[in-house]
Structures are given as structure tokens and as C-alpha cells.
Write a protein that binds this ligand. Structure first.
Ligand code: AMP
Length: 292
């Protein structure tokens, strides 16, 4: 086997091929992990593949830019697509199979079923800023879980609200899978890795990490006793000063229920979605009161 063949990972595009391969693994008694992605893979995704590989014998990576989770004025067409590079990265990080379906495979002709998680977990943050987004996410993730039937599926805390929505959905629909969260992977300067960072110009990129830095500072200030609203106001002023654009949200919320919090009396997270130029950046970090 030549070097290039050794580097190749198996890629399947249809549900039938996917199920056939997984059935073979199951017949050998192997466990299966799934990491759903939209491709344009980076080190953040790869950290999820490595985590999955520690938890399961075989790791399936799905690469699918899911149209139903994009709003009409969002970047579905522009979203980066790099399947060949993605396959290489998936293999390097321990995955065994890439599932890269066409839109018609995920949404067969005449499809008429959506999965809609409702209630406080979706009625805030990205659920308000991107109407219909989580319906698209829940729909595609439920399809992927039913196609792969993995033992474990991994989701990044980078999309913390998404992780909570999926946990809710899996509980409510009694889907037999363990959902695991994975920590946010950051550049050395603090910027959370994201496929959308590729949209940033050099000068935007140079300042983009200040989102994390100012959130981190606000977290420290809240832990030090600063009023939550004052800390959030300070971040908003900082972001404007640093050249960020529209702020979709900047909030402290309960780490479990996502209920809004105006003082730190239980484990919380700071959440932000803010534009840098045309690029929408999201980030979040834990703020946990120290035990007395
Ligand atoms: P995406 O391709 O953006 O849909 O992301 C696929 C998965 O990778 C999701 O579970 C994301 O939360 C996760 N992910 C994306 N970026 C990061 C990151 N910087 N650190 C950890 N997980 C991430």
C-alpha cells in the first residue's frame, strides 16, 4: 500500500453503504462513535474525533452542510466545502469512516418531517437570533443518530446551546445514545476555532480574539463581585471600541437550564454572539462561583 493509499479514509455517501459498514463492525462486536460536522475541518473538530476514538472502537465523521439550519440570509452557499482535506484530517485524528451524503440522501424527495425542540432551552441566545436554526439542527442530528445508531456521539461546547438542545432531544425521543460534550479548542491567542474564521480578513482576525479576552475578563470580574450587568456593559463597550459590529447577544445564563442570571449564585456561562465585519462569531465560557 502506497503512502497516499495509507492516508485515505473510507468515504460513503449513501445510507445503505453506511449501514452496511456499521453492520460489519457490529458483527465483530465493535463499538461506534459519531461526530457530526459541517466539514471545513480544523483542530477543534479533530479534538472531538480524538475524544470519540477514546470512547469507541470505530469513529464515524459525518460531513454535511445542512441547509435546514441556515436562515435565508445566512451563508449556506458561501460555507467552505473541502471534502478531500477533511478526509485526510479525519483519518489523521483516528476516524474510520466519513459519511458525506448529498442533500437528497438526508432529505429524500417529499420529505415532510421536522424535529422541533421547544421551550426555554431554544427560546434564547441563537434560538432567538437565528429563528428555525435549532429545528434544522435537531432534524439533521436525529437523522444522523438514526442512520448510524452510535453508542456515543460527541458535540463541542463551542456550540453550547446546541449541545443542550441535543441532550434534550435525545432524552425526549429516548434515542439510545450517550451524548458527550467536548471542551472548546482555541487558537493560542484565545480565539475559538471555527470554520467561519476563514471569512475574517487579516486585520479582523488580529482583533477577533478580543471577544474571548473580554469575556474572560468579565467572568473574572463577576467572580470578584462585580454586578453582572456592569460586567456585561463593560464587555459591550470594549467590543465596540475594538471594532466589533452588531452584538446578537451577550448574557450570563445558568449552565444547565440556560435561564438568564443577574447574579452569580450557581454555575453559569457567559455567552456571546457578535459580528466582526461580516463574520458572526460565537463564544462562551464557564463562570462558576467558588465554594465558600
Ligand atoms: P460544525 O462543523 O461547525 O457544525 O461543528 C461540528 C462540531 O464540532 C460541533 O459539535 C461543534 O460544537 C464542534 N466544534 C466546532 N468548533 C469547535 C471548537 N473550536 N472546539 C470544540 N468543538 C468545536
Amino acid at each position: 500500500m502506497g503512502l497516499s493509499a495509507a492516508r485515505k479514509i473510507e468515504v460513503v455517501t449513501t445510507v445503505a453503504e453506511l449501514r452496511a459498514r456499521i453492520a460489519e463492525w457490529r458483527a465483530e462486536g465493535l463499538t461506534v462513535g459519531l461526530v457530526p460536522t459541517m466539514g471545513a475541518l480544523h483542530e477543534g473538530h479533530m479534538s472531538l474525533f480524538r475524544q470519540a476514538k477514546m470512547m469507541a472502537d470505530k469513529v464515524v465523521v459525518s460531513v454535511f452542510v445542512n441547509p435546514t439550519q441556515f436562515g435565508p440570509n445566512e451563508d449556506f452557499d458561501a460555507y467552505p466545502r473541502k471534502l478531500e482535506e477533511d478526509c485526510f484530517k479525519a483519518k489523521m485524528a483516528g476516524a474510520s469512516l466519513v459519511f458525506a451524503p448529498a442533500v437528497e440522501d438526508m432529505y429524500p424527495k417529499g420529505n415532510a418531517t421536522l424535529v422541533d425542540v421547544t421551550g426555554p432551552i431554544v427560546d434564547c441566545l441563537c434560538g432567538l437570533a437565528r429563528p428555525g436554526h435549532f429545528r434544522g439542527v435537531a432534524t439533521v442530528v436525529s437523522k444522523l443518530l438514526l442512520m448510524v445508531l452510535p453508542d456515543v456521539a460527541i458535540f463541542g461546547e463551542k456550540d453550547y446551546q446546541q449541545l443542550m438542545v441535543i441532550r434534550r432531544m435525545v432524552t425526549d425521543l429516548a434515542i439510545p445514545v450517550r451524548i458527550e460534550g467536548a471542551p472548546i479548542h482555541r487558537e493560542v491567542d484565545g480565539l475559538a476555532l471555527s470554520s467561519r474564521n476563514a471569512y475574517l480578513s487579516d486585520s479582523e482576525r488580529a482583533n477577533a480574539n478580543r471577544l474571548y479576552k473580554s469575556l474572560w475578563q468579565a467572568g473574572q470580574d463577576i467572580l470578584g463581585g462585580k454586578r453582572v450587568q456592569d460586567a456585561l456593559d463593560w464587555v459591550a463597550d470594549e467590543l465596540v471600541r475594538l471594532g466589533f459590529g452588531r452584538i446578537d447577544y451577550l448574557e450570563l445564563r445558568d449552565a444547565e437550564t440556560l435561564a438568564e442570571m443577574d447574579r452569580l449564585d450557581r454555575p453559569a456561562r457567559l455567552f456571546a454572539a457578535v459580528f466582526m465585519g461580516k463574520t458572526r462569531l460565537i463564544d462562551n465560557l464557564p463562570v462558576e462561583p467558588r465554594p465558600l
